[in-house]
Design a protein around this ligand. Structure first.
Ligand code: AQP
Length: 336
């Protein structure tokens, strides 16, 4: 019998349920995941273990975990075709993380810009988990023999570290982990804050006007774009020093596919007001169906729990295979 089965490459990615998801999270990651559905084996996780590196309210963390999973599905991911699960439901993530902690160097973790940024932001809680966060992320990725990791630019340094850890381990013990590559979207790899456009848009920003959330209502989305910080020029064009306009152009491109030249032509002679309104309306229109589907899913907890259970049993099967290989290689006993 002819064997036509093609072994698909693996994709892994995730989002922390650490707040209301922004259009940065959407454009940098979730929105792009759908396109891989047919040609890759896709594994997407709600990374709750990562979220507790910053203090979380327990009830809110629980709610946001359901919400994040619902947003994955509402953004178009089919749970039959993609493995969707919650990180803490698959203990192998924490187990591999311990092992890899012993193959990650203090000096390299100390160089991570996210650790430096978050240490400043959460100065009263610089815990060890915040420091070893990239090792847990490496474990998430390496457990599934991942080939491609679609993320925003801010996570690329962690992907590089993941590759270094995997190569180091492979050199000592022989081929154990696939070496993953990052995948950065063409538009939206780094969406900036609407209030301080030189800063990344983040779900944990305390200024709620700085971020547009995926689930914001239409009026709020349009209002936030109208108030977006720009500059004293009036011409819509991409240029150095026009961080606010550059960011709005990036967002508009990510939602419409229009090029810079097309955008500049569309708003020629119209000024910033017209442009901001158009971006706001476009984003609101694009997100409206996601919100409708999200509301429907959140009303069906049993369905979401079914997806979680099914996803974690599929993920556990794959994760266990890698973990037992690692345990064997480092010399742990494994009685039958
Ligand atoms: N502003 C952004 N532009 C493009 N992509 C972004 N991502 C985050 N912010 C932007 C991408 O979203 C995915 C999930 O991110 P995460 O939840 O793992 O953590 P993060 O990168 O730390 O995101 P936030 O929103 O800034 O969360 P908080 O405030 O909790 O730290 C990743 O692929 C990330 O690149």
């Amino acid at each position: 019998m002819e064997n036509n089965e093609v072994i698909k490459k693996k994709i892994f990615s995730g989002v922390q349920p650490s707040g209301k998801l922004t259009i940065g999270n959407y454009l940098g990651s979730i929105k792009n995941w759908k396109e891989f559905e047919e040609s890759y084996d896709c594994i997407y996780c709600v990374v709750d273990l990562h979220a507790i590196t910053v203090r979380q309210d327990p009830a809110e963390l629980r709610r946001r975990t359901y919400e994040t999973l619902a947003l994955y599905i509402a953004s178009g991911l089919d749970p039959e075709k993609n493995t969707l699960f919650v990180q803490s439901h698959v203990p192998a993530h924490a187990e591999l993380s311990w092992v890899l902690n012993c193959y990650a160097m203090h000096g390299e973790l100390n160089r991570m810009t996210q650790f430096k940024d978050k240490s400043k932001k959460y100065a009263s809680n610089i815990n060890a988990g915040l420091f070893t966060y990239p090792v847990l992320m490496a474990s998430d990725i390496l457990l599934y023999q991942t080939n491609l990791v679609p993320v925003g630019i801010d996570q690329m340094q962690h992907i590089e570290l993941t590759r270094d850890i995997a190569n180091r381990f492979n050199q000592v013990y022989g081929e154990t982990f696939a070496i993953p590559e990052g995948f950065i979207p063409k538009a939206g790899a780094k969406v900036m804050s609407l209030a301080e456009p030189e800063k990344k848009m983040s779900k944990s920003d305390t200024n709620t006007n700085a971020s547009v959330y995926i689930l914001d209502n239409r009026d709020d989305i349009i209002r936030k774009f109208k108030r977006a910080v720009t500059d004293s020029d009036t011409v819509v064009r991409r240029a150095e020093g026009k961080d606010g306009i550059n960011n709005l152009m990036t967002i508009y491109t990510a939602f419409t596919g229009k090029t810079d030249a097309e955008i500049e032509k569309e708003f020629e002679g119209l000024g910033y007001g017209h442009f901001k309104l158009a971006v706001g309306e476009t984003v609101a229109d694009a997100l409206a169906p996601v919100k409708t589907e999200f509301d429907r899913l959140m009303a069906d907890k049993a369905y979401l729990e079914g997806v979680m259970k099914d996803g974690s049993s599929r993920a556990s099967y794959l994760a266990r295979k890698t973990l037992s290989k690692v345990y064997r290689k480092v010399g742990f006993t494994q009685p039958k």
